[in-house]
Structures are given as structure tokens and as C-alpha cells.
Design a protein around this ligand. Structure first.
Ligand SMILES: Cc1ncc(C[n+]2csc(CCOP(=O)(O)OP(=O)(O)O)c2C)c(N)n1
Length: 375
């Protein structure tokens, strides 16, 4: 395996000193080093925004920035890359570091979650289509220095984005930190448990990407409750609330919950103004102030009061909850309210390490969801 500091050194040897991006579990052993290794490291809210920041950085420093992302973030960067950074437009040098979920080895795709199947399959073709010169590395790659030197050189000569594509288990973990679920603290799983105590099988729940959906699935299983009215937004991070809004618009006699995350909400925060329009929508933001599902990197949730933002965006009711014993009361209030409702619940980051994963047949889940929604 590669020591993440070897790659960081290679990047710095090329005089690249600014790094930004959105965290990813596959890259976490690398990205968790950035705060101490780079003078400037900004955790962005969206991969497309990170690329745009990099454009501004280049224009004002003449130096390429480094942007890290999971390959699912390619969807978010395609617009600023194609319409701005591509050599057919401005031609902006930058180095992308992309974690390759659902990677292809030889002719086979390694097993990964359903949301990574298609994205994993097309990642390299997408880079080719975007004319992004790239290099794939894995745990056995030895000539990291040379690879980075060549990529940066190409980026500067061709005035274009270049990419380093990283396979699973490439970097060793230099962090000694262990997450410790201290009993008396409030975690996301406790929050979901509390909410489910007051909801019933007629309520629709749309849950966000990452551990929220896994925990919802797990709690349903443990409580032997059916989960046919739960829509798990396993991919498309940041879009759960709009899915909930689409359902709420058509099912206006039913209460539709969105279980959102701070990282996810921040990714497309403008949509708050749309969700706020639906009076049967209960938007619950579980704010653990981190990208907990992919390594616990901090988000702007550390400083934002989302309940105030939601109010400004048009939610008729918006409440901040900090204690476990307040959750039930507030959710009950939301269930009888005739106006749109936003609830921010603050909690700690951390999750059990024996969480199971939702089944893999997403089409079957979709059909069950649609069928149950009609009743
Ligand atoms: C477009 C995109 N970028 C990055 C990811 C990787 N990813 C999955 S979950 C997650 C963290 C989500 O953070 P938050 O919404 O705060 O929820 P938490 O994990 O803290 O519960 C990230 C970055 C992704 N799935 N999609």
C-alpha cells in the first residue's frame, strides 16, 4: 500500500499548494492528512464548486489547484469542466484526484453498492470523453513521483484538467483515531429511532445518502417494521429533499419526511426554497456537523444554524432541537401541522461498525414503494 504522505510530497514538489474537494471513503486515508499537510485546504460543499474555486485560484495565482472527489462527483464537475475549464473554452490546468468506486479490474467490476455500478463502469470513458489525461494507481504503484510530475506537466502544457484515478485500498491509514460511541451522547441512529417512534406506516420517508439510509434500513429490520414507504437515496447525494418534494406535491394528503444530512443539504442548498413550498413536507436535518459516512470530515454545519436559513428560505415552521427528549414532541407537532416544517436536530458523529447494507435489488424496492404509495 502507498503511504499517503508520498503522494502529498509529490504534489508539493510540483509547487501545488492549494487543495479542495468533497470527501470520499475510498480516499479518506489520504484526505484526512490534508489539514496538517497543506497550508490551504478547503472542504467544498459540491465537487462542481470545488472545480470552480480551482478556476478562480488559477486565474489569480497562475498555479493549478488540486481537487479530490469520489467518482460519483464527476456528475457535479462535468458542467464547469466542459463549459469552462476544457481547452476548447478557457483551458484551465488542475489536478483531479478521483476515488474509483465500482472499479473495473481487467474485464470485471469489483462488487460495490448498487449506486456505484453504472458510475464505476463509465468513469474512465467519461474522462476520455472530457479529454482529461489520466493515470490509474493502486496499492502496488511505486512511481508516484513520476506519475504526478508527468500529469502536472501535461496539465500545464495542454492547459487542461488532468486526473489521478485511485483504486480501493490504495493508501495506508496513518490515523490513530478511533470513533468511540459513548453511550450518553446523541447519535444519528438514536435520532432516527426517536423519530420512528412517532411516525406510522402511512408516513413516507425519503432518506439521504450514506449511513442515514443504512441506519433507517437497519432499524426497520430490527423492529420488524415494513420499509415499503421508505425511499433510500443511496446515490445522488444532496437530492433527497427534492425527491421528497416531488412526492409531496402529488401525495398532498400524506406527510412526507426527508431525513437529510448536513453535507448533503449543503451540496444543493438552494433547493431549500423549493422544499419549503410543500406544506405536507417535514424536512429533518440530522446535523452531526460532519461527512460522517465517509470519514467524519467537518462541514459548515459546525458554524451554520440551518434552522434560521430554512426559515429565511420560506419554511413556515423551523425548529432547532439539541436534546433527545425534545425530538418526539417536535415531530408530533410537525405531524399535525398544516404548514411546511423544518427540524434541525444536532447530534454527534459516529456509527456502529456492524451496520448491514440494504438489499441490492433497487428495481424491486422501487416497485414496492410505488405500489404502497398508491394505497
Ligand atoms: C456527489 C457525491 N459526492 C460525494 C459522495 C460521497 N459521500 C457519500 S455519503 C457522504 C457524506 C454525507 O454527509 P452528510 O450528508 O453530512 O451525512 P452523514 O454522513 O454525516 O450522515 C459523502 C461525501 C457521494 N455519494 N456523492
Amino acid at each position: 500500500m502507498i503511504n499517503p504522505d508520498t503522494l502529498i510530497k509529490a504534489i508539493k514538489n510540483n509547487n501545488l499548494n492549494f487543495i479542495t474537494g468533497v470527501p470520499d471513503s475510498l480516499l479518506k486515508n489520504l484526505t484526512n492528512r490534508f489539514d496538517t499537510k497543506f497550508k490551504r485546504h478547503i472542504i467544498s460543499t459540491n465537487e462542481g464548486s470545488a472545480v470552480s474555486f480551482a478556476i478562480g485560484y488559477y486565474l489569480s495565482s497562475k498555479k493549478p489547484a488540486v481537487i479530490y472527489l469520489q467518482n460519483s462527483g464527476l456528475g457535479n464537475i462535468i458542467n464547469p469542466i466542459t463549459s469552462l475549464a476544457h481547452p476548447k473554452v478557457y483551458g484551465i490546468p488542475m489536478l483531479l484526484i478521483i476515488g474509483w468506486r465500482g472499479e473495473i479490474q481487467g474485464l470485471k467490476q469489483i462488487a460495490d453498492e448498487p449506486q456505484h455500478r453504472k458510475q464505476g463502469l463509465i468513469t474512465i470513458d467519461q474522462l476520455k470523453l472530457l479529454n482529461i489525461p489520466h493515470k490509474i494507481i493502486n496499492s502496488k504503484t511505486r512511481n508516484i513521483n513520476q506519475i504526478i510530475n508527468n500529469l502536472v506537466k501535461t496539465s500545464k502544457i495542454k492547459q487542461c484538467p488532468v486526473a489521478l484515478v485511485v483504486r480501493k485500498n490504495t493508501f495506508i491509514n496513518l490515523s490513530k483515531k478511533k470513533t468511540n460511541l459513548k453511550k450518553r451522547l446523541l447519535f444519528r441512529e438514536d435520532v432516527i429511532n426517536e423519530i420512528l417512534r412517532v411516525t406510522n406506516s402511512k408516513n413516507i420517508i425519503v432518506s439521504t445518502t450514506g449511513m442515514t439510509s443504512r441506519e433507517l434500513y437497519e432499524i426497520r429490520k430490527k423492529n420488524k417494521q415494513n420499509n415499503f414507504m421508505d425511499f433510500l437515496t443511496v446515490g445522488g447525494m444532496g437530492h433527497a429533499s427534492q425527491i421528497a418534494a416531488g412526492i409531496a406535491m402529488n401525495k398532498n394528503k400524506k406527510k412526507v419526511f426527508c431525513f437529510d444530512g448536513d453535507g448533503a443539504l449543503l451540496m444543493h442548498m438552494g433547493s431549500l426554497g423549493i422544499t419549503a413550498k410543500f406544506n405536507n413536507l417535514i424536512h429533518i436535518l440530522i446535523n452531526n456537523k460532519a461527512h460522517d459516512s465517509v470519514g467524519g470530515q467537518p462541514t459548515l454545519g459546525t458554524i451554520f444554524d440551518f434552522s434560521k436559513i430554512a426559515k429565511i428560505c420560506g419554511y413556515k415552521n423551523s425548529i432547532l432541537v439539541k436534546k433527545k427528549n425534545e425530538i418526539e414532541k417536535v415531530v408530533k407537532k410537525a405531524l399535525i401541522s398544516k404548514k411546511s416544517f423544518f427540524i434541525q436536530i444536532n447530534c454527534e458523529k459516529g456509527f456502529r461498525n456492524n451496520l448491514s447494507r440494504p438489499g441490492r435489488d433497487m428495481k424491486k424496492r422501487k416497485l414496492l414503494f410505488i405500489k404502497n404509495l398508491q394505497n
